[in-house]
Design a protein around this ligand. Structure first.
Ligand SMILES: [Zn+2]
Length: 334
């Protein structure tokens, strides 16, 4: 086992629904976890020798945004090879105002990213997502992690397309010695991808915003959704849920955490008045192998399904065999 089938299916279906029912209040941005690198080129390679044969590398961060008014592709170009949270947020700080221009009414930002990359699950990323979007006019943020093994994302082809366009410029005799020149030359070309340029200084500026003593969240690899509804406040859960959207819901054991370290205490968010919650079942906070064989309740598309935990892996994912919830006696694996 260890295939996390339930998580893959749940994340895929709930995030696809999110994109399909996009309204004026929200923007959904799916970003590519793997920044693409591009080697700067000269049309006449003899010139390269004068530059000490050290071709400059450029990194490309890409994304696909869904708004009520359409789908747009974005690509930021930087001479910095950093792929850490500061680099990601320098990228987002450029992209988000552009998306806000496309739909000025949007107040909720939903980010979708791959799950395996640790930089997205780091406390620095969590801090930035509870901070930067609010400064840009958003009032609510969710960050959703796709489960490993979901396949290629829509943003995966954008970097390759930009690189092909750059190569065709070189073939026409245009030198692309630096990221900045690459950006300026590509701007002159017809393209459906919105290009932006990020300096190393802009990434270092993000570094300077990080406070000391940020707290790590326990069980980070279990997290599939971060929710923030107030600056510098975040909650997390093991699967994404939008069942009460645009209102918050408490499904999958939504748990508020303090990452700033002002008080070193995690607070469980309990809301007995919420009818969408299974109040009789406490959320499973720490998945461990001792739970294999235990009954649990899986919330799926707003419905509770009883099931038996079949497998738990090191990343904190559980495989649950559930029973159909309306009148059927046969079991069905998710
Ligand atoms: Zn819910």
């Amino acid at each position: 086992m260890g295939k996390h089938i339930h998580n893959i299916k749940h994340q895929y279906l709930s995030l696809r629904a999110l994109k399909e029912k996009i309204d004026e209040d929200s923007i959904v941005l799916q970003i590519d976890s793997q920044a693409e690198n591009y080697m700067c080129k000269f049309s006449n390679e003899i010139q390269a020798v004068h530059f000490g044969d050290s071709h400059q590398q450029v990194s490309l961060h890409t994304g696909v945004a869904h708004t009520k008014y359409g789908v747009v592709s974005v690509c930021t170009i930087s001479s910095s090879m950093r792929h850490d949270p500061s680099a990601i947020w320098a990228h987002l700080k450029k992209v988000l105002p552009y998306l806000k221009q496309l739909n000025t009414a949007a107040t909720t930002l939903h980010v979708i990213s791959d799950g395996p990359t640790t930089q997205y699950r780091s406390k620095k990323n969590f801090f930035f997502l509870s901070k930067v979007p609010y400064e840009l006019g958003f009032k609510k943020v969710t960050w959703n992690f796709l489960e490993a093994g979901h396949g290629k994302g829509p943003a995966d082809g954008i970097g390759a397309a930009v690189k092909r366009q750059a190569d065709s410029l070189v073939a026409k005799g245009i030198d692309l010695p630096t990221g900045k020149v690459l950006y300026e030359q590509l701007l002159n070309q017809p393209s459906t991808v919105k290009l932006m340029y990020i300096t190393e200084g802009e990434i270092e500026e993000m570094d300077s915003l990080l406070p000391d003593g940020l707290l790590t969240i326990k069980g980070t690899m279990q997290i599939h959704q971060i929710v923030s509804t107030r600056p510098e406040e975040i909650s997390w859960r093991v699967l994404s849920c939008f069942c009460a959207d645009p209102h918050p819901c408490q499904c999958f054991g939504l748990k508020k955490v303090n990452i700033l370290g002002a008080q070193n205490m995690e607070t469980a968010l309990g809301s007995p008045s919420s009818s969408t919650c299974i109040s009789t079942s406490p959320p499973i906070i720490d998945l461990h192998e001792g739970l294999i064989g235990d009954w649990c309740v899986v919330r799926y598309d707003g419905n509770p399904y009883p099931g038996i935990i079949q497998d738990v892996d090191a990343e904190g994912c559980a495989l649950v065999r559930t029973m159909s919830h309306i009148g059927k006696t046969s079991s069905s694996g998710l």
